[in-house]
Design a binder for this molecule. Structure first.
Ligand SMILES: Cc1cc2nc3c(=O)[nH]c(=O)nc-3n(C[C@H](O)[C@H](O)[C@H](O)COP(=O)(O)OP(=O)(O)OC[C@H]3O[C@@H](n4cnc5c(N)ncnc54)[C@H](O)[C@@H]3O)c2cc1C
Length: 365
């Protein structure tokens, strides 16, 4: 039976491992001891009930295959080297190691207990803070502002954005920006655009400590705590010094074919945040890419050539501002973009933050 090694058990890795489990000997290599549902991490940052809901065990995921807890140190040719384990020889490899992001959107620790302790400390710090500065007015900065203002009414929030408006990613409509600006304004969130900080606060991200910083234009911003809401980076360091290194872009993403095969390597695939597919990185895209890879490897296992390709969709985003507010840019079946407001945004994501979908995927009750 063919051995398939999936490196990284996030949204994409879990989908592809589960889909191929009935067909092959699947080994899912994941450094964390629990699945982390990042899409709900900003609610967890402010709410202790959610702090537990975002960590989920991998124990029910695979019927036949194995989840190996460990960090892939190097992937070279068809060999996956995992710290503390014998090298694993694979017939197919799927790279799904996602990206890093500053706390509290993502956690660096592999242990859920350590990450939870860090979140609990944050809850205490936020309870004592009267003002917060969010550096970056993209999706994370805006969502964080909504969560903070819902959980800590009265807390003063300032978003500092160096672009001319929030959500500077091309593909988001001005109508979406305007609706979010209106809601942020209603919540009393101050948004300073076209502003770059001259220097960063002296305290670490997410640690209590009053500070004043200045923008390059000379505007002063004071707060008790701050968060860096930008700076995602693809996790592909384990490809350094291997034949795959030449396929890495400077931002760490990997060059893939439309079939999601890593260029020049027909039995090695990449999915999710580490690919150089030109679209904003999303969990649903990672899952959709996983389905493409399941189809292609299924064909290869039958001796056929892979023929399913991944086509990025028009940009869409669901952006809650806490459980009941927010706005979304959706794309309908005809490819038309429309903007929806708080009610539908809460229905799609804001209320349950898609926890039930993920639990069902992990075969959890
Ligand atoms: C705050 C926040 C909210 C978001 N909300 C949404 C949303 O509402 N909808 C949406 O579609 N997207 C959302 N996203 C984006 C989404 O989380 C990412 O696009 C998605 O996680 C990408 O999935 P992935 O499978 O590529 O990587 P990930 O989900 O990041 O998984 C990668 C996995 O690989 C593991 N790993 C990394 N390196 C190694 C290694 N060397 N060895 C072993 N394991 C390794 C990691 O521990 C991790 O578990 C959000 C992101 C953030 C930060």
């Amino acid at each position: 039976m063919a051995r398939i090694v999936v490196v990284g058990g996030g949204y994409g890795g879990v989908t592809v491992a589960k889909g191929l489990d009935p067909l092959a000997d699947v080994v899912l290599v994941e450094q964390k001891d629990q699945f982390v549902h990042h899409a709900a991490a900003l609610r967890a940052a402010v709410d202790e009930v959610w702090e537990h809901a975002i960590f989920m065990p991998y124990s029910n995921l695979l019927d036949r295959g194995t989840v190996l807890q460990g960090t892939a140190a190097r992937v070279s040719g068809t060999t996956v080297e995992v710290f503390g384990h014998d090298p694993i020889e694979a017939d197919y490899i799927i790279l799904a190691t996602g990206s890093t992001y500053p706390f509290p959107a993502k956690y660096s620790s592999s242990r859920a207990t350590v990450a939870k302790a860090r979140i609990e400390q944050l809850h205490q710090d936020l309870a004592s803070a009267q003002s917060v500065m969010l550096v970056g007015g993209g999706t994370v900065g805006i969502e964080m502002a909504g969560e903070l203002s819902n959980a800590f009414p009265g807390i003063q929030i300032t978003i500092v954005e160096k672009g001319p408006d929030v959500l500077s990613t091309p593909g988001y409509s001005d109508a979406l920006r305007a609706e979010l600006r209106r809601q942020l304004d209603d919540l009393g969130v101050r948004v300073v655009t076209g502003a770059e900080l001259s220097y960063l606060p002296p305290h670490n991200v997410g640690e209590l400590g009053h500070f004043t910083v200045a923008t390059k234009a000379g505007e002063h911003i004071e707060a008790d705590i701050w968060f860096q809401c930008h700076g995602s980076r693809a996790n592909t360091g384990y490809l350094d010094g291997t034949e795959y290194q030449e396929l890495l872009h400077p931002d760490g993403t990997v060059r893939v074919e439309p079939t999601l095969q890593v260029q020049g390597h027909p039995t090695v695939y990449a999915i999710g945040d580490i690919t150089d597919v030109r679209e904003s990185k999303r969990a649903d895209a990672a899952r959709q890419q996983a389905r493409v890879v399941i189809s292609n490897i299924s064909r290869q296992l039958e001796g056929e050539a892979p023929d399913t390709t991944y086509q990025p969709t028009k940009e869409w985003v669901v952006l809650p501002l806490g459980p009941t507010l927010g706005a979304s840019q959706l794309v309908d079946a005809e490819g038309q973009t429309r903007i929806v407001g708080p009610e539908q945004t809460a229905e799609i994501k804001g209320t349950d933050l898609m926890v039930s979908v993920i639990r069902s995927q992990l075969n959890l009750p």
